[in-house]
Design a protein around this ligand. Structure first.
Ligand SMILES: [Zn+2]
Length: 319
């Protein structure tokens, strides 16, 4: 039996419902398998506009047969509902909060109340967590995932799930402020933050790829039976550079995803609104571009380019 926020789902049952803190209902599906097993929580669009996870989670919710499931699925189809319908990039529009940066939350804001809801009501049920993202409306991105790195057992259990995805680049995260960071690095729940798609685009192939990632992870966790399709080899990165804009301006990137960089290579340049040069941004270490801002507006403190570092590629673990 699965009991979440007063909703009771018996063995072999599936419930469509809305869950969330008071005044913020989020579309969800709860599935209780007919046999015991792990409880997997999946969230999509904690950042609105990162679309690909939502159709994948909806498809998983519709196609999963509770009679063939071991354990439980707690599926949130779309977390940042208000941002989604307002067409906002990423943040909760009520308070401009970032659900990947406000954990463990609190009662002072809508984003804080959503984070606190997950910490209090949802994550304690989870044996594993998957949080589906993509490059935002302003970004171009090559598929990658982030796994918690603070605790070795959690890291390895998270990477064991990553092995079932068709995502090549796996980057460690020591954050404790996001959903996956808090779940993995504070609560000790094996977790992945996955990134597919970009640019505010709604492409079927990205959603399909996410759906098959989810299906393979369910097989990997022993929650369902099925064929294990082959997936791509993995690269493990223990360090990445998250370059931020030093000031507002016009941004002209000079990179593409997957491009290899040497120290000193030009990443992009900024100008003021009259076209005078402001700054050149250059690589400080050898690495490979994972994602970058493809919009024109450089915003002080916001990401311009993220690249994973060669020198720390791999830790001896094989997947
Ligand atoms: Zn995101």
């Amino acid at each position: 039996m699965l009991e979440i926020c007063g909703k009771i789902v018996g063995p072999g049952e599936k419930l469509k419902c809305e869950l969330g803190p008071e005044g913020y209902p989020m579309p969800a599906t709860l599935i209780c398998g007919s046999r015991p097993g792990k409880t997997l929580v999946v969230t999509a669009q904690i950042h609105s506009g990162e679309y690909a996870g939502t159709p994948a989670v909806i498809r998983l919710a519709r196609e999963t047969d509770p009679g063939k499931l071991c354990g439980n699925l707690i599926l949130f189809h779309l977390v940042n509902v208000t941002g989604f319908f307002e067409g906002i990039n990423a943040y909760i529009p009520e308070d401009h909060g970032n659900l990947n940066g406000c954990y463990p939350g609190g009662e002072e804001s809508v984003s804080g109340r959503i984070a606190a809801f997950f910490v209090r009501e949802i994550l304690p049920h989870a044996d594993a967590l998957l949080d589906l993202h993509g490059g935002g409306m302003n970004e171009t991105l090559a598929p990658c995932l982030f796994f918690p790195g603070k605790d070795r057992a959690v890291r390895e259990a998270s990477l064991a799930m990553a092995a079932f995805t068709d995502i090549p680049d796996c980057i460690v995260s020591h954050s404790v402020l996001g959903e996956v960071g808090y779940a993995g690095n504070v609560m000790g729940i094996p977790s992945l933050l996955l990134e597919r798609g970009y640019g505010g685009l709604n492409r079927k192939e990205w959603a399909d790829a996410y759906f098959w990632d989810l299906r393979r992870i369910l097989i990997g966790l022993g929650m369902t039976e099925g064929e294990e399709d082959p997936v791509c080899a993995k690269r493990i990165y223990d360090h990445a550079v998250y370059l931020e804009a030093e000031e507002n301006g016009l941004w002209y990137p000079e990179v593409e995803t997957g491009r290899h960089l040497m120290p000193g290579d030009l990443l992009g340049r900024t100008e003021d609104l009259w076209g005078s040069p402001l700054r050149e941004y250059r690589a400080t270490a050898a690495g490979t571009v994972q994602y970058y801002r493809s919009a024109m507006n450089a915003v002080k403190g916001h990401n311009l380019v993220t690249y994973v570092l060669d020198s720390c590629n791999g830790d001896g673990l094989e997947y």
